[in-house]
Design a protein around this ligand. Sequence first.
Ligand code: ZN
Length: 172
Amino acid sequence: MGESVDAAKHAAEPVTGAGTAADERLMREAVVEAQRAQRRGEVPVGAVVVLDGAVVGRGSNQPIRGMDPTAHAEIVALRDAARTAGNYRLTGAVLYATVEPCLMCAGALVHARIGRLVFGAAEPKAGAVRSVMRVLDHPALNHRVEVAGGVLEPECTALMRTFFAERRAGGN
Ligand SMILES: [Zn+2]
């Protein structure tokens, strides 16, 4: 299995497995944001940013409504958090995302100096943290982001599955 080789290679990095009870509680807040996106007909992805134990930013995926290709949940949440914190750097903050971030969002985590990423469902087609690429592990990066995946994975996956199944059934 390639995964076990990969796991050995990355054994030194601070990757944690399943989330804690606190992680699950905060991921539920991200799920609420994903449901918000779903109600607007956007792909149901949500994110929250937590700094010193408090939620300081929230975001729901909204590229269609906002006519903004960068309006992914993570970016929206980072902007909200930076405004709240009064600082473009969110050093040590934790970002909870219902789905594994894409390349753009993974890059934004580094720019924001996020300390830890917790995601729910893996994204086999566009996930840039574990699935398609592992950009946060790139040796050239001098900022490290701790990563935990699979927190509330069933709920996060179900949201995506339901959304795409309904869209297919709707013929568009
Ligand atoms: Zn993204």
